[in-house]
Design a binder for this molecule. Structure first.
Ligand code: SAH
Length: 272
């Protein structure tokens, strides 16, 4: 896969102040699999169907982007990436009609593809980091939790290089198949325990995790470049739930901010 240059100008809105919100506003990127499976049998978004559009239509994706924009996503590069990646190609055929709804969907082994609005929020936070704002792209990216590879494809459009780690072999293989021949970006998929990061390709300008633990693995902070930003769900003792942690690394140390309440699958140890 050939290496891209930065493709999008950075036009960023200000970061929302760090806040911890109540459970009513918890962003749920991954709802319980049984709910997602149940919904798979229901009819697809009427707006999508009534327009008579095929899922490969750009118009279907643009409608999703319009919803993200209406929901407050202001990061143009991120919105443009959502407009170009065909989410329906990353889920099972039976679920494809729901691919452009703001919902998580099962991808096998009890895991789910995250909800577009939550992915957009995380990527916007990553993009609002000092380094990414100045560069206009995310630089060298480490992703933990490849899953089906959808977010990896978005990241490929927003960075110079993506290294994505998955601990479940069947999902790693699935993402590899989804991203085979992916025309844009420099993407490398690794089957390993992402808690260790990936030393050989460090440092990373941006690190993003799609699974949350009780603590932040030290390897991630070690492997984050100076001026880099990390966004990850993490257990928050104060609320008893998960929140999005934004960590910036500077010569003087690290700065942490807690953002939205979220609900991600657990960050597990080892491979399977
Ligand atoms: N961004 C993904 C979301 C997948 S769900 C997508 O678009 O599909 C989160 C993923 O994190 C799961 O596939 C899970 O297996 C993976 N995961 C959990 N703990 C991990 C670890 N320690 N290392 C690597 N991947 C991990």
């Amino acid at each position: 896969m050939s290496k891209p240059g930065p493709r999008f100008p950075a036009r960023l809105g200000p970061l929302q102040p760090a806040s911890k919100t109540g459970s009513a506003s918890v962003l749920r990127p991954q709802r319980p699999v049984h709910e997602a499976a149940r919904d798979a049998t229901r009819r697809s978004d009427p707006g999508t169907r009534s327009a008579g559009l095929g899922l490969d239509s750009q118009a279907v994706r643009l409608r999703m982007v319009a919803r993200l924009r209406a929901d407050g996503v202001r990061c143009e590069p991120v919105l443009q990436a959502f407009a170009s990646v065909e989410r329906h190609r990353f889920v099972d055929t039976a679920l494809a009609t729901q691919a452009y709804e703001d919902t998580s969907l099962p991808i096998g082994l009890g895991q789910t593809i995250s909800k577009p609005s939550v992915v957009a929020r995380m990527l916007s936070l990553l993009f609002a980091g000092e380094g990414a704002s100045a560069r206009g792209h995310l630089g060298r990216v480490l992703e933990i939790g490849t899953g089906c590879g959808y977010q990896t494809a978005l990241l490929a459009l927003l960075s110079t290089r993506v290294l994505s780690i998955e601990r479940l072999k069947p999902l790693h293989d699935k993402a590899r198949a989804h991203l085979a021949g992916w025309p844009q970006g420099d993407v490398r998929l690794v089957y390993a325990d992402g808690r260790q990061g990936h030393g050989p390709s460090a440092p990373y300008d941006s690190i993003v995790a799609a699974a949350g633990g009780d603590d932040l693995p030290a390897a991630w902070i070690d492997q984050l470049a100076m001026g880099g930003r990390l966004v990850a769900p993490m257990h928050d003792a104060a609320s008893g739930g998960q929140v999005l942690l934004v960590l910036d690394k500077h010569a003087g140390g690290v700065r942490r901010q807690l953002h939205d309440a979220v609900h991600f699958v657990p960050l597990k140890s080892g491979t399977a």
